[in-house]
Design a protein around this ligand. Structure first.
Ligand code: NDP
Length: 412
């Protein structure tokens, strides 16, 4: 990470919780991020980030208003500011539009969540993988999924594959938020995206096939109590998460891959009621002559994820338990990070979910700007060398540990 292979200019799209953290972190590393431009739909949110960075670190950043779904508008902004990399921290709906703008101007692209069409709660990589040849021909790189999960969890797997195992056969990603935000109901990142994700039918990978099980709010959902480091036992629910799709392709020898997330009974009860009354619907309904999408209306009522930090206490614990072979023996290792909501808030004014996403987003951009990661085409993050990314996690606020662990069983 010694020399810059660029002018050190980053354009961050979006001005929510995750973008706030990424912008703060970039501002602290002027030797890599020489110029920062934050662009988003609501300019007042960009102004807040600009003010916070000026008052904390004395640095000036550029801001601009944009509708990132409007490719010509994005292209004009890229022409004006000439960033070396665009870090997409808006919503998954914008992914393809921002990739189109990057392609047109020959600029590297990074995101934290895979594309999802607005009218269908369905996310998969195929839409973004379809850009591979065009990115290759243009001589630029797209790095997909540089948040925590996807993101760090993929890098943990790549690191384990490189240093700890000859072959990983069983992968369990466990995401625990043991924090409390003091609201009856809120989501830790964009409510619309979050609710679409957690109300889906669940899938996990077993012996070369996807196995479907009920959504977390349905009878028959699969869950168990896991004893997390520092926070203790929490009920953890089997959930489909996007990194599974790329990991089962890129990590050879995986026989089983699952993702688990903790949910409180309070959260699940609220979600069931909201679903039962139709508030999680993503189609348009007619309300007194106006068309409204219930989940978008719900988003307007719920607290902004970026605002949750003020009262948030407790910790997140996210990591991978992996079982496989090393030198002829079967071993199990647990790699994880613990992040504290209050500490995240003191540093960046946001809670730990935004922090654990924004820091790796910054690190991904750093890897590209400094030339540690190079390549032409579209890459999932586990396809790139994990070592300096892992060092940077320790250095920039998300330290990790590797411990021995018992293997997790096939069923609970
Ligand atoms: P927020 O809703 O807080 O912020 C999203 C931002 O994007 C807002 O500033 C919003 O603007 C802006 N935006 C939305 N649409 C457009 C548009 N068309 N043009 C320009 N800007 C737009 O979300 P979060 O910060 O919580 O999450 C950001 C991203 O991070 C999401 O994609 C989420 O899925 C992802 N994420 C990834 C995680 C991971 O570990 N990989 C974990 C958590 C989140 P406005 O203010 O006008 O609404």
């Amino acid at each position: 990470m010694d020399s810059l292979r660029s002018n050190g200019k980053i354009m961050i799209v979006g001005a929510g919780g995750v973008a706030t953290v990424a912008a703060h972190k970039c501002a602290l590393i002027p030797e890599v991020f020489k110029e920062i431009i934050v662009v988003s739909r609501t300019i007042s949110k960009c102004e807040s980030i600009k003010r916070a960075i000026k008052s904390k670190y004395g640095r000036d950043i550029n801001i601009a208003q944009v509708d990132a779904d409007n490719v010509p508008e994005m292209v004009l902004l890229i022409e004006r500011y000439k960033p070396d990399v665009v870090l997409n921290l808006a919503l998954p709906y914008q992914d393809l539009h921002i990739m189109d703008a990057c392609l047109e101007k020959g600029v590297h692209y990074i995101d934290t969540a895979n594309y999802e069409p607005i009218d269908e709660a369905h996310f998969e990589y195929s839409w973004q993988w379809a850009y591979r040849d065009r990115f290759k021909q243009k001589g630029i790189m797209a790095v997909l999924g540089s948040g925590f999960d996807p993101g760090v969890t993929n890098v943990f797997t790549a690191y384990a594959q490189k240093h700890l195992f000859d072959e990983i056969n069983y992968l369990d990603i466990l995401d625990c938020n043991a924090g409390s935000h003091g609201h009856a109901f809120a989501t830790n990142f964009n409510p619309e995206i979050n609710i679409r994700e957690v109300t889906q039918v669940v899938r996990h990978w077993l012996e070369g096939k996807w196995v479907e099980t009920p959504a977390i709010i349905e009878d028959g959902s699969i869950h168990f109590g896991f004893d997390y480091p520092m926070v203790g036992r929490k009920e953890s629910y089997l959930l489909y998460h996007e990194e599974l799709e790329s990991l089962v392709k890129n990590i050879k020898g995986l026989r089983r891959a699952r993702f688990w997330m903790t949910f409180s009974e309070n959260y699940l009860t609220h979600l069931r009621v909201l679903r039962n009354v139709g508030m999680t619907r993503i189609d348009e309904v007619d309300y007194e002559g106006q068309k409204i999408v219930p989940v978008k209306f719900l988003k307007a009522l719920l607290p902004e994820p970026a605002s949750l930090g003020t009262k948030y206490t407790g910790k997140t614990v996210i990591g991978n338990i992996m079982t496989g072979k090393k030198d002829g023996k079967i071993i199990t290792r647990y790699i994880y990070n613990v992040c504290d909501h209050e500490e995240a808030f003191i540093e960046t004014g946001t809670q730990a979910i935004a922090y654990t996403t924004g820091v790796p987003a910054m690190i991904g951009a750093m890897m590209v700007l400094t030339g540690v990661w190079q390549g032409n085409g579209v890459f999932n993050i586990e396809e790139l060398d994990p070592d300096l990314f892992m060092d940077a996690l320790n250095k920039y606020g998300l330290p990790w540990q590797v411990v021995e662990h018992e293997p997790l069983p096939d069923s609970f």
